[in-house]
Design a protein around this ligand. Structure first.
Ligand SMILES: [Fe+2]
Length: 529
């Protein structure tokens, strides 16, 4: 409110002479004035104009001054209303105050008196408004700060929950889930030791499968407690799972309720070296199958409800990951079985190609092992080997089963099978690597193969392995149009293909394992090594 701005006063009286006298006087004093002959007129003016103070007579027809004061107050409770009356009564006075009238003048009113009253109430109004605004500002500031803090808290919480969820998204085995759960728990709740236990139903005891300790971590081998994990002797580590702690875990398993011991009172069966502890159950389909534990052994850290919330969320996420994994493994196995059934159906139509895919797989695995492939690569090879010719489903029987030589058109049709096979897998949206191997198993090292004519390192390494195994088995078995070939002839053909059809490294591996007798043994017995 600008104090230099002239103040506007509204005079309400049914006597015109009073209006004109007051108006004139206040105008001379530098005020702006407005006049109304009735309450209704006054309210109309107040709707349209900004007024700083209102003088009203009490006794007016239709709406008296007190009614007007009340209506004004309902609209704007900061507006000062000064009432003037000739005959003050106690009842009137009380009503006046109730209606929010700030001053009371008794007629006949002296103009100077009116001016003082105006100055006073306008000053009061200014303070009142400032005070209200200030209060509002302080309140909204406080509320903002609180909101801000809550927001920060929420953001932090969301970040943590998000981190937990994303960590479990890219997991490929149950062991990974256990390990990731304990590592994450250690980090998020700032524990000194976290553990993952599954419940051995037979002995009704928790068995540790994974743990993480501040500064060291590992997966617990299940074979023997005398083994060590990293530098930490497992025996020492297992100390913490003394019977009372084990009983506490089994309590949580029975109650199915997360347990928080903020401060170890020494009566819950925990050894005194544990200062703070949390144990949360992991449920899959409403059944508890394990627990996640977190302990503090040193320092000032104590677990609070929030930590329990995070650990519970973590346990829940881990349980979901395990469930999904089981589900995925199931789907994966089912799909693989279905696809392989197709391959076997194709092979069954041709007496000569029966077991071809299975033998190619075995030979590929022998070569892969010799070439130092990882477990995952061997799994991929196993899958792709069994399914490499699945695209033959799409080739007409009269071409596929034709005894004798194929015409060039027929051969072109046969050449579609790697692409058809890759497309089948693509439609399932799974097994990208396997799909590439299936597509590339007829590519040649010098780029003269099909379907893409890619060469050397552009051809996936596992496809280069599969290619040697595929060709060897084709020559080493009877075909509709010829008897199986002699091994020395096959070895020569394969070695002649070094650098043109085959990867030299794969052929070198083949020669080595052939000399060792692994190939012949496998072809005779079906056993690897
Ligand atoms: Fe093939």
């Amino acid at each position: 409110m600008d104090s230099k701005q002239p103040k506007t006063i509204l005079f309400v009286d049914d006597e015109e002479s009073i209006l004109s006298v007051s108006s004139e006087y206040f105008q001379r004093k530098g005020y702006q004035t407005l006049t109304a002959k009735s309450g209704a007129e006054a309210l109309q003016i107040l709707k349209q104009q900004s007024v700083d103070c209102c003088f009203t007579d009490i006794n007016m027809p239709e709406m008296n001054g007190l009614e007007l004061a009340e209506k004004i107050r309902i609209n704007d409770n900061t507006m000062p209303v000064i009432v003037m009356t000739g005959f003050p009564s106690l009842e009137n006075t009380i009503q006046t105050i109730k209606n929010g009238v700030v001053d009371f003048l008794i007629k006949p009113v002296n103009l100077k008196q009116m001016e003082l009253s105006v100055q006073r109430v306008i000053q009061q109004r200014k303070l009142f408004v400032e005070n209200v605004l200030l209060k509002k500002e302080v309140e909204s500031k406080r509320r903002l700060e609180k909101l801000n803090q809550e927001l920060l808290y929420k953001v932090e919480e969301l970040n943590i929950l998000n981190k937990i969820m994303s960590k479990f998204e890219t997991i490929s085995s149950s062991t990974d889930v256990f390990k990731r759960a304990v590592d994450l728990a250690l980090e998020i709740v700032h524990a000194d030791l976290t553990g993952f236990y599954v419940i051995n139903e037979a002995i009704q005891e928790p068995v540790e499968v994974s743990f993480a300790a501040a500064g060291q971590q590992g997966v617990t081998p299940t074979s023997s407690v005398s083994e060590t994990v990293g530098d930490m002797p497992l025996a020492q580590h297992h100390q913490s799972l003394e019977p009372s702690k084990s009983a506490l875990i089994m309590d949580v398993v029975t109650d199915e309720i997360p347990l928080l011991i903020a401060e170890n009172p020494g009566t819950d069966g925990l050894t005194p070296d544990i200062r703070s502890a949390m144990i949360v159950p992991l449920k899959i389909r409403e059944t508890v199958f394990g627990v996640l534990t977190a302990f503090v052994n040193q320092g000032a850290k104590r677990f609070v409800e929030k930590d329990l919330y995070y650990l519970s969320f973590l346990a829940q996420s881990a349980a979901h990951a395990i469930e999904n994994l089981a589900l995925y493994e199931n789907i994966y196995e089912n799909l693989f079985a279905t696809l392989y059934a197709f391959v076997k159906a194709v092979e069954a139509r041709d007496l000569y190609t029966q077991q071809h895919s299975s033998r190619v797989t075995g030979l590929s695995l022998i070569l892969g092992q010799h070439l130092g492939c990882s477990k995952e690569e061997l799994d991929t090879l196993n899958f792709a080997g069994h399914l490499h010719d699945i695209g033959k489903i799409g080739i007409r029987d009269d071409i596929l089963l034709k005894p004798g030589r194929l015409t060039s058109e027929e051969f072109e049709k046969i050449k579609d099978h790697p692409v058809i096979g890759a497309n089948i897998l693509e439609q399932l949206g799974l097994w990208e690597q396997e799909r590439q191997i299936i597509r590339c198993h007829h590519e040649r090292f010098d780029g003269s193969g099909y379907p893409d004519g890619i060469k050397q390192q552009k051809i996936p390494f596992l496809a280069r392995i599969l290619s040697v195994a595929d060709v060897y088995d084709a020559m080493a078995s009877d075909r509709a149009y010829r008897k199986k070939m002699q091994d020395d002839v096959i070895i020569k053909i394969i070695n002649d293909g070094v650098g043109t059809q085959f990867d030299p490294d794969v052929v070198a591996a083949f020669n080595k394992v052939y000399k060792e007798g692994q190939i012949t043994r496998y072809m005779e017995t079906g056993e690897i090594n």
